[in-house]
Design a protein around this ligand. Structure first.
Ligand SMILES: Cc1ncc(C[n+]2csc(CCOP(=O)(O)OP(=O)(O)O)c2C)c(N)n1
Ligand SMILES: [Mg+2]
Length: 253
């Protein structure tokens, strides 16, 4: 039996085991979406919102995310959180059923709607955890786009940790600024002013952030054409691109 030769040998980048593992995560996440939606529509859970359709992009994002990095995102990020191991299928459904036991639903103890993610920065005794040794997610909040100003703050903090020597003593918060803040937002929410202010501020400040827009063409039932001047967000954002490598502020990593 001969082994078929692939057109590109990617084995130095990704192993077959990793591909299968990623597929398993995506498949489990999709099933959680389908089963969760059924639970809501049949009245067994009060409200639900799910992340189907974004599995592949979020698995790729999880591969780039490192310990010490921060997420400031919204309710579509279940696959990303699953891929990081920061939620489980069990805790995802515990949140859907508003389970108040923090052991079962560690993000919010059933206080928030489902798919509102968060990691803990404090130990039970109130002391700080070492945030550089864990994946961090700020706590999701309900107003759409409200995660964006916080993304600016998280990213700008890393830049300050790079440049201000006195901050280096706080080694449990930052590895001398060598982190990235990852933001996620829905297409319709980019119609809000906070989004554009955040994109502009991140560029001006030279703050290390990555923004992913999950564009499904709709905000609830309203199509993009009723919310955005141009339906293609990449076209709208292209004006922010750096020209000739010039930035308002420069820094070195
Ligand atoms: C400030 C604010 N206005 C309205 C809402 C109600 N709301 C919740 S989700 C949503 C649609 C968001 O659409 P989009 O940003 O495209 O995200 P998607 O759910 O499509 O991924 C709206 C209007 C809200 N949560 N906050
Ligand atoms: Mg949308």
């Amino acid at each position: 039996m001969t082994t078929p030769t692939p057109p590109f040998d990617l084995s130095h980048i990704v192993t077959a085991e990793q591909v299968v593992d990623d597929y398993r995560t995506a498949f489990r996440s999709r099933q959680a979406s389908l089963i969760g939606r059924r639970e809501v529509l049949s009245g067994r859970a009060k409200f639900g919102i799910f992340g189907d359709g974004k599995e592949a992009a979020q698995i790729a994002m999880a591969h780039a995310f490192r310990h010490g990095d921060f997420r400031s995102g919204y309710y579509r990020d279940q696959t990303f959180m699953l891929a990081l191991g920061e939620i489980s299928i069990q805790s995802f459904f515990a949140q859907l059923y508003a389970h108040t036991d923090l052991e079962k639903e560690p993000a919010t103890g059933g206080r928030l709607m489902n798919a509102h993610f968060a990691t803990r920065s404090l130990n039970p005794d109130g002391s700080w955890r070492d945030l550089t040794a864990q994946y961090n997610s700020a706590s999701d909040i309900s107003p759409t786009a409200a995660q964006m100003p916080r993304l600016v703050g998280l990213a700008y903090a890393s830049r300050l940790y790079r440049e201000i020597e006195e901050l280096h003593q706080f080694a449990q918060f930052s590895r001398n600024g060598d982190e990235v803040a990852f933001g996620t937002i829905g297409n319709a929410s980019t119609a809000e002013g906070m989004f554009w202010e955040a994109v502009n501020a991140i560029g001006v400040l030279g703050a290390p952030a990555v923004i992913s827009i999950w564009d499904d063409g709709y905000g609830i039932s309203v199509p993009n054409k009723h919310q955005m001047v141009k339906e293609n967000l990449s076209v709208l954002l292209s004006g922010f691109q750096r020209e000739g490598g010039a930035m308002a502020t420069t820094f070195t990593r």
